[in-house]
Write a protein that binds this ligand. Sequence first.
Ligand SMILES: NC(=O)c1ccc[n+]([C@@H]2O[C@H](COP(=O)([O-])OP(=O)(O)OC[C@H]3O[C@@H](n4cnc5c(N)ncnc54)[C@H](OP(=O)(O)O)[C@@H]3O)[C@@H](O)[C@H]2O)c1
Length: 211
Amino acid sequence: MPGRTAYFGLLDAGNPSPGETVVVSGAAGAVGSTVVQIAKLAGCRVVGFAGLERKIRYLEDDLGIGAGIDYTEVGDYRNALDDAAPDGVDVYFDNVGGPNTDAAFSRPNVDARVVVCGQISQYNDEEAATGPRKLGGLIHMRATVEGILVRDYAERYEQASERLTGWVASGDLTYRETVTEGLENAPDAFLGLFEGENVGKQVVKVADPSE
Ligand SMILES: NC(=O)c1ccc[n+]([C@@H]2O[C@H](COP(=O)([O-])OP(=O)(O)OC[C@H]3O[C@@H](n4cnc5c(N)ncnc54)[C@H](OP(=O)(O)O)[C@@H]3O)[C@@H](O)[C@H]2O)c1
């Protein structure tokens, strides 16, 4: 599911072209780490937001993205994005919302595409956010903002699965899992998503596969 979300969200809604800059929030997570790799395969320069240096190392050293931004360390998100994406943002794939998004919305190129996949930084907010911010910067650039739901692409799942498995087989697409042992630990594993404890897909192992 995360692979197909990345596939359709980036390639259909994001519509990246070679040479463009793709910025991804939640870049070291299940969806994000797939988006960054598909964006590279599409010939794009990729910048990823993630928390913690070990995730930046994963993104830059293992997945080979152009630049990672550790949002837990940068004081000014926008300056950090200016440095990491000096040519501006052509596609912003948003898994997170919040300050990552404020920064990306401040640096759009003409005809930029924003893919709203998730807003995890706001799921537990007790008060609703005051509304979309920084939209003014999108006007002059004629940017498009599109929410996506993976299930809307159900009729094309097979197409995505074929291409994704092909890339895995050829080594062009890799993935990580963070495995929590035992169903009794599922609540902690779930809560860990909101603390950024996972790299790649968080899974809970309840038993060995039956033979
Ligand atoms: N639209 C769809 O059809 C669809 C389908 C699947 C998933 N989604 C959404 O896509 C997003 C990614 O899903 P996923 O399964 O791949 O999860 P994930 O990225 O593997 O896990 C969540 C990650 O979000 C980041 N995060 C959590 N709280 C944050 C905060 N306050 N600020 C910044 N980053 C924060 C953490 O990474 P850091 O360490 O980097 O902070 C955490 O590891 C989620 O928002 C999910 O709801 C949408």
